[in-house]
Design a protein around this ligand. Structure first.
Ligand code: AMP
Ligand code: ZN
Length: 493
């Protein structure tokens, strides 16, 4: 019997502002859409945090036996510098500055995004569609909305008519804003004059002659508005009505609000049952963001090469650091926080690795079943990873007591303890079993030695591109290979 039958999850739904019991539309199946990155620069640790929040949600739903279709898009067109539909396309701007094709920008940063997520041991989504791959679907939705009279065309651009929509359906239900307030708070920005009302948003924008990212449409050669791609791709792969939509807190307005309005206007139904928003990673008291320069790159964490940190940290330690906060809490990035997480992380890994050496007894002095239930309860309560981790530490303490001879465990309980620890630490939290050796270097148990061996074989076969790749990838992960007379050893930075 799948585990989800015994585990009722509660999800905090941003739409209702309450924790609600999760009931999927089709029993046993979950459709989840998460807004992906705009691939115009390297992802910073803040971006990684949001995607990690949904990685563990994906992992836990799968662990419970749900068949999850997880769609996370790549935004490769339409996201302008300013969220109010003005300014240059972020990708086109980067291409102009670097004197390369926009698609070269997209390729470069999509590869970087995947590399970074792989280092953090993310599971790939089920589908990773791109905005430029779904222009036709976006045009179809615009036609639908125009037919319903909820959008208008002006000078080759099409805008969503927020006031008209608001006559029959409330605009602002997710971000709890009302149209009147929006009207008062909207600033007139250059280029916005085409709109009937400042709170309207672009579905299609006519491209200026210098705008190179353009596609033909019934209205003009142009490009879709940023919000539309997510409506098009979520509808295409998950249907007009699906279970979970996620993203960072900062996407609630205008992006997700506009998605709701577009989908309601086009399909006459609410698109999503549970809206989930992950909170921000902050540094120096401010949101981590590329635009303000207040950010740290994952590669800087792995190399230690950043003024905010005193040393390098492995991806698993950084992952553990982020999962020690609940996804709806703000997390402050600090060196001390990372150092504390590193200690805790190795303590946990050491305990897990010690399980195999424990000698069973005839009785258990710890109720393993009750403890296991507490682990599930934590994750069932809106994916509370910090409480789960606190439970894993409780087990680590027990393991150490057994080692010291002050506690005992039966063989059956030992098996249950090991399986539960492995399931939660590795499958659900996605940690990788890195341990610390006596001389203080981190060791990816066995795996680095294996890579050293494969590299040695590659060198013997004169496959230097492979041997260099192994060395460079390990270096990027903070592991330096040192070739000596006695063979290859490694150090961590
Ligand atoms: P972008 O590439 O700008 O569209 O952002 C990708 C994702 O990262 C979005 O879901 C954002 O909400 C999220 N994000 C951006 N900055 C932060 C931050 N400081 N902390 C957490 N998530 C963030
Ligand atoms: Zn989106």
């Amino acid at each position: 019997m799948p585990l989800y039958k015994d585990n009722s999850i509660k999800i905090y739904n941003s739409l209702s502002g309450e924790k609600e019991v999760f009931t999927p539309i089709s029993e046993g199946y979950v459709g989840m859409y998460v807004c992906g990155p705009t691939v115009y620069s390297n992802v910073h640790l803040g971006n990684v945090r949001t995607f990690m929040s949904f990685d563990i949600i994906f992992r836990y739903l799968k662990h419970l036996g749900y068949k999850v279709r997880y769609v996370r898009n790549i935004t490769d067109a339409g996201h302008l510098e300013n969220d109010a539909d003005v300014g240059e396309d972020r990708i086109a701007k980067k291409a102009r500055l670097e004197e390369i094709e926009p698609m070269e920008v997209v390729q470069r940063y999509t590869v970087d995004f995947h590399n970074i997520l792989n280092k953090f041991n993310f599971l790939p989504p089920s589908i990773e569609p791109t905005a430029t791959g779904h222009i036709i679907e976006q045009i179809v939705i615009i036609k639908n909305i125009l037919e319903k009279g909820l959008a208008y065309e002006i000078n080759g651009s099409v805008y969503f008519d927020v006031l008209k929509y608001n006559e029959t359906k409330p605009y602002g239900i997710l971000s709890k804003r009302n149209v009147e307030d929006l009207l008062h708070n909207s600033r007139e920005l250059d280029g916005q004059s085409d709109k009937k009302n400042p709170q309207d948003f672009a579905l299609w924008k006519k491209a200026e002659p210098q705008h190179i990212m353009r596609w033909p449409s019934p209205w003009s050669d142009g490009f879709p508005g940023w919000h539309l791609e997510c409506t098009a791709m979520s509808t295409k792969y998950l249907g007009e009505h699906f279970d979970i939509h996620g993203g960072g807190m900062d996407l609630k307005f205008p992006h997700h609000e506009c998605e709701i309005a577009q989908a309601e206007a086009s399909n006459d139904q609410a698109p999503v049952n549970y809206w989930m928003h992950a909170n921000m990673l902050i540094m120096n008291g401010k949101k981590m963001a590329k635009s303000t320069g207040n950010f740290i790159l994952p590669t800087e964490i792995f190399s230690g090469d950043n003024e905010h940190i005193s040393k390098a940290f492995s991806p698993s330690v950084a992952r553990f650091f982020m999962l020690q906060a609940h996804y709806r809490s703000i997390l402050d990035f600090t060196n001390n926080g990372l150092l504390a997480s590193e200690k805790g992380f190795f303590r946990l890994m050491d305990a897990i690795n010690a399980i195999d050496d424990l000698v069973p007894a005839t009785t258990s002095t710890f109720n393993i079943e009750e403890w296991q239930q507490k682990c599930y309860d934590a994750m069932n309560d809106d994916f509370n990873s910090p409480i789960l981790i606190a439970n894993l530490f409780e087990a680590a303490k027990f393991i150490n007591q057994i080692k010291e001879g002050t506690a005992t465990i039966t063989q059956d309980d030992l098996t249950l303890l090991k399986n539960t620890m492995h399931n939660f630490a590795f499958d659900v939290l996605g940690l990788v079993n890195v341990t610390k050796t006596e001389n203080g270097t981190e060791k990816l148990s066995g795996a680095v030695e294996l890579l050293i061996q494969i590299r040695q074989e590659a060198r013997e076969n004169k496959d230097f591109s492979m041997s260099d790749k192994i060395r460079d990838e390990l270096a990027a992960a903070g592991i330096q290979l040192n070739d000596g007379k006695e063979g290859t050893t490694f150090t961590t930075s």
